[in-house]
Structure formats: C-alpha cells, structure tokens
Design a protein around this ligand. Structure first.
Ligand SMILES: *Cc1c(COP(=O)(O)O)cnc(C)c1O
Length: 379
C-alpha cells in the first residue's frame, strides 16, 4: 500500500487538470504574443485562466501576474516593492515562521542596506497584530505575513494586520500558497498575494502574484514585456491553464472532508504517550495539516521507517528537511531543539481516505515504540 501524506510539499495533479492542459502542448502551442491563430488561441486561454484565478480571489483580472510559482512570486513581492519604494523608506516587517523564500530574500535585502524586522510568534505560531502596529516606523514600506504556515498550519490574522497596514499607508503582502482554495481570503486591505499551482493539484512551476491596481512595484525580470511588463518571459500556457482549472476544483465539501481526516489523525496520534501537537487546534488551523512532536526520537528516523511501509510524510517543510538544523518554525514557537527534531508533518488532501489515515495510525504506533526502545534520549 502506498499512502501519500505530504500534500503540503506538493499534490497530485488532477485528471481534469491534465485534460485541460494537453491541447496547449501539441495543438495550440503558439506563443501567446504571436499574431497568428496559434498565438491568438494561446492568448485566449491565458486570459480566460487569468479571469478564473481573479474571480477566485475576487479581484480584477489585470491584477493577476503569472509567475513560475510561489518562490518567484514571493521574491517578486519582496524585492519588487523594496526596489521601487526605497526612496520612501528602507524598512520591511515580516515574521520568523515565514517560508524560506520570504526569509532569504529579506536576508539578502539586509545586505543591500534594507532593515528587516522579524516578528516573533506565540506558542501556537500566531503573529500579534499589535506587534505589527508597534514595529511600523516612518521608514516602513512593506509588511509580509503569511496566510497559513506550511509546517504547523497556523492561520494568521491577516485581516487585522491588513487593516493596520492600510491605516499606516504601508503595503501588505501575504503568502497564501498553503491556504489558497482552502481558506477564504478578502483582499480589501491586502496589496499583494502569492499563490502557487502545485499545492492545489495543479502542475509545478506555475503560480501568480496578485498586485492591487496602483501598487508601486518593479519587475525583477526584464525582457519582452509580458505580464504588463512586470514579468517578462513567454507565458507557460499549459501551466497557466492547469493552474486555473485546479483552482476551480476544490470545494467547501472537500475542505470539510479533509478537516475530518486531519482531526482523526491528530486524535489518534495524541493517544500515544509523550506526543505534542505543534500549532493551534480547531478552525485557526489549516484543514490539511497535522504536525506532531514525538519525545525521545528523531523525525528523520520516523520518515525512513514510515517510507518502508509505503507512507510518505515529512519532518517539516520539504526545503528544510535537506538540512539537519531543527525547523525554524518549531524553534520560533518555543520548542526546544530536541523536541523540534522529533517532529512529523502529516499533510492531507482530498485524494486521501480514512483508510489512509488508519494505515498511517496502524504503522506509526510500532515505529514510535521501536525507535523509543532504541533511543539514547529516553530516561
Ligand atoms: C510551497 C510554498 C512556497 C513555494 O512555492 P513554489 O511554487 O514551490 O515555489 C512558498 N510559500 C509557502 C507557504 C509554500 O507552502
């Protein structure tokens, strides 16, 4: 049996998505900037897709800029706002539990003379909007706080943060890669939103940045002037079509179903002794995220043994699992390094079943027991 429980890292591309994409590989394969019928058909498909994504976010189509994914959108938002607005100020506010593709552009900007405030979070991973308010100075040009955390599923109070930013005339960006289609978003007080296709059963290598009309931002990529001259490069027609299709497929019913799988996973795993839940419980937690720390053992050993049983999950984010450093997110919520090392992220999707969850539970129990018996940390 193969059970995929790593949907926060990537998801299976839906059949309907593949079907929608196929013609744009080998029938309507023209360059969307070309004037012949091949080009016109590609352009039509892209603009239709832009309309679909815009509708999902309740924004105007011209406010959607297609990119190569979440990483590019986040880089574009952070650096694009920083460069274009540096005459107004050099201060940016973000938080300690952001994805690396927010934190690393910020670290890089520090070397270019920008000042970055990395706000702390509480023990569940919440940013306090008051902290944002207090951190804003006359030099602040941008606040970037994620919508839902990719490791522990915390849904941040972005509406409150957005209000504060609006009042102070500071741009507000949110990384919504994990929440898009799962958690409703109201962009009234949000200027920039990052979304990614492969987290929602679309293809990899495509995403978008919502840029509110009137926002002063500069492009990072110069070239043929595509995407309102904000992101040059021949548009990824099949990818964009697939992304739009994927965004239409997830329903409220799916979200309720995934929530049930999550709650069952958490409830059953918490029956094991010396297990801690990382992140909040209830409706402030992303519907598909369960993150648990198992005392006295290492996450990597659990992943290896689970993998031998055909179960795929993760220790934290897919990116940080390459390094041996404990997760920056778990450290930020106050977990000591040894507890952070013993963490497991189970991330579900509409493709999972209760049977998958049962199979996981059946396998995790003896694995934890075995690893604890071998553990030098215990006792
Ligand atoms: C996956 C993810 C990203 C990166 O998106 P890519 O499309 O893989 O580049 C950024 N932020 C969060 C919160 C994510 O989950």
């Amino acid at each position: 049996m193969k059970v995929y429980l790593d949907n926060a890292a990537s998801t299976r591309v839906d059949k309907e998505v593949i079907t929608a994409m196929l013609p744009y590989f080998n029938k309507e394969y023209g360059n969307a900037s070309s004037l012949h019928d091949f080009g016109v058909e590609a352009r039509k498909a892209i603009e239709k897709s832009r309309g679909i994504i815009a509708k999902k976010l309740n924004v105007e189509p011209e406010e959607i800029i297609f990119t190569s994914g979440g990483t590019e959108s986040n880089n574009f938002a952070i650096k694009g706002i920083a460069f274009e607005n540096k005459n107004k100020g050099n201060h940016i506010i973000t938080c300690k539990i952001e994805h690396e593709c927010i934190l690393n552009p910020c670290k890089w900007l520090e070397k270019q003379g920008f000042k970055i405030t990395y706000l702390g979070v509480d023990k569940y991973g919440f940013v306090n909007p008051e902290d944002v308010k207090n951190a804003i100075t006359k030099d602040t040009i941008l606040v970037s706080i994620m919508h839902a955390n990719n490791e522990i599923g915390t849904i941040e109070p972005i509406e409150d943060i957005g209000k504060i930013c609006k009042e102070r005339g500071v741009y507000f960006h949110t990384d919504a890669c994990q929440s898009f289609t799962k958690v409703p978003i109201n962009v009234k007080n949000i200027d920039l939103v990052t979304i990614s296709s492969h987290k929602i059963h679309g293809p990899k290598g495509v995403g978008a940045l919502y840029v509110k009309n009137g926002t002063k931002i500069t492009q990072l990529q110069h070239g043929g002037g595509q995407e309102k001259n904000l992101r040059s490069g021949t548009e990824n027609t099949p990818g964009i079509v697939g992304f739009a299709k994927a965004s239409e497929l997830i329903t409220k019913k799916d979200v309720n179903y995934i929530t049930k799988l999550r709650d069952k996973t958490i409830k059953e795993v918490m029956k094991i002794t010396d297990v801690l839940l990382n992140g909040p419980s209830g409706n402030k937690r992303l519907c598909n995220n369960a993150n648990l720390s198992f005392k006295y053992i290492e996450g990597e050993s659990m992943i290896t043994l689970l993998n031998e049983s055909g179960i795929a999950c993760s220790t934290g984010s897919a990116c940080s699992s390459k390094s041996l450093e404990p997760s920056h997110v778990l450290l930020a919520i106050g977990r000591p390094p040894e507890i952070a090392h013993g963490s497991l992220r189970v991330s579900l999707s509409k493709d999972n079943t209760m049977k998958d969850v049962s199979y996981f539970i059946k396998n995790i129990k003896p694995i934890v027991k075995k690893l604890r018996e071998m553990s030098p940390l215990k006792g």
